[in-house]
Design a protein around this ligand. Sequence first.
Ligand code: UT7
Length: 319
Amino acid sequence: MHARITGTGSCLPPTVVSNDDLVARGVDTSDQWIVERTGIRYRHLAEDGQKTSDLALAASLKAIEAAGIEAAKIDLIILATSTPDYIFPSSACLLQSRLGIGGAAAFDVQAVCSGFAYALAIAEKFIRSGSHRCALVVGAEVFSRILDWNDRGTCVLFGDGAGAVILEASQEPGILASALHADGAQHGILEVPGNVCGGRVIGEPFVRMDGPAVFKYAVRVLAEVAQEVLDGAGMDAAALDWLVPHQANIRIIQSTAKKLGLPMEKVVTTVDRHGNTSAASIPLALDTAVRDGRIRRGDLLMLEGVGGGFTWGAVLLRF
Ligand code: UT7
C-alpha cells in the first residue's frame, strides 16, 4: 500500500505588505537590502483576529475539493504549526470541528519550518501501516503574531498563510522515501524563548534568530537530507522534475539547487511573494505550482524543510 497526494490547497490572507510598506511603518530597513539578502519582495499578513485555524480551514477545503472527496472520508488530521490558536486544544482539533467531521485522529506537529515535511512523513507512515486511509496534512501559520517589529533581522523575513494536501492510500506509488532529523543542541540559534505561567508571559514571546548561523546550518543540512532521501530511493537528483523547498531565503534555495546539480528552472520559488511562512511555505509553494500547471501528475518531487529545533527533513514523492 502506498500513500499518494490526491489534492492540494492553500490560503493567503488578503493583506499584502511590500518591503517599502515595512519602511513606511518604521522598520529600519530598505527594499534593496531585503531583496538582495533574501529575495523577499512581499508577504501576506493576517487580519486582526484571523487565526491559524481560519487559514488552515480555507486551505483544507480547497485540497478536499481538488481531491474530489467528502470531508467525512478523512480519518487523520495532522497540522504543522508554531502559532496555534490556543495552548490547547490543538489547532488540528479546531480544524476538525470547523470541517464538521468527528472521530478521526487529529493532532498538531511542532517542528517549526520543517513542520510540513514532518507532518507529511508521519501521515505516510500511518497510511502505509494500514491503520488510516485518508489524511489531511496541513501547514498553517500566523507568524506575524510572534514577530518583534523592532528587530529588523527577523521581522522582514516572515509572512502568514496555509497550505494543505490530502494524502490517500493508493495502489500507485506516491511518497517514495523520507528522512527527518533534529539537533536540539542548536535550539538557541532560532527560537521563541517565551512561555505563559500563572497568566503572565515569561521570557520573550518573539522570534529570536542568529541569522548567519541558521543560514550556514540550513545550507548544509538541506543538501545532505535531499541526497540521503535520493540515496534511500536509489535515485539521482537528475531524475527530479521539481524541488519544492522551504521558502526562507532565495540564497539558501539557490545553494541547495546548486549542490544537487539542479537548474533553478526545476525549483519552485514563492519566497519573493510569500516571504517565509514557516510550516506553511512548502504546501503553499506546492499548491501554487500545481494550480499554475507547472507540477503535473506523475512528476517526481523533492519537498524539504529546515527550521527551529533545529529540525530538518525531506520527502521524495511521485505526484
Ligand atoms: O526558516 C528557517 C529560518 N530562517 C532562515 O533560514 C534564515 C537564515 N538566515 C538568513 O536568511 C540571513 O542570515 C538573513 C537574511 C537573516 C540575514 O542576512 P545576512 O547576510 O546573514 O546578514 P547579517 O545578519 O550578517 O547582517 C549583515 C548586516 C548587519 O549590519 P552590520 O553589522 O554589517 O552593520 C545587520 O545589522 O545587515 C544588517 N541588517 C539589516 N539591514 C537592513 C540585518 N537585517 C537588516 C534589515 N535591513 N532588515
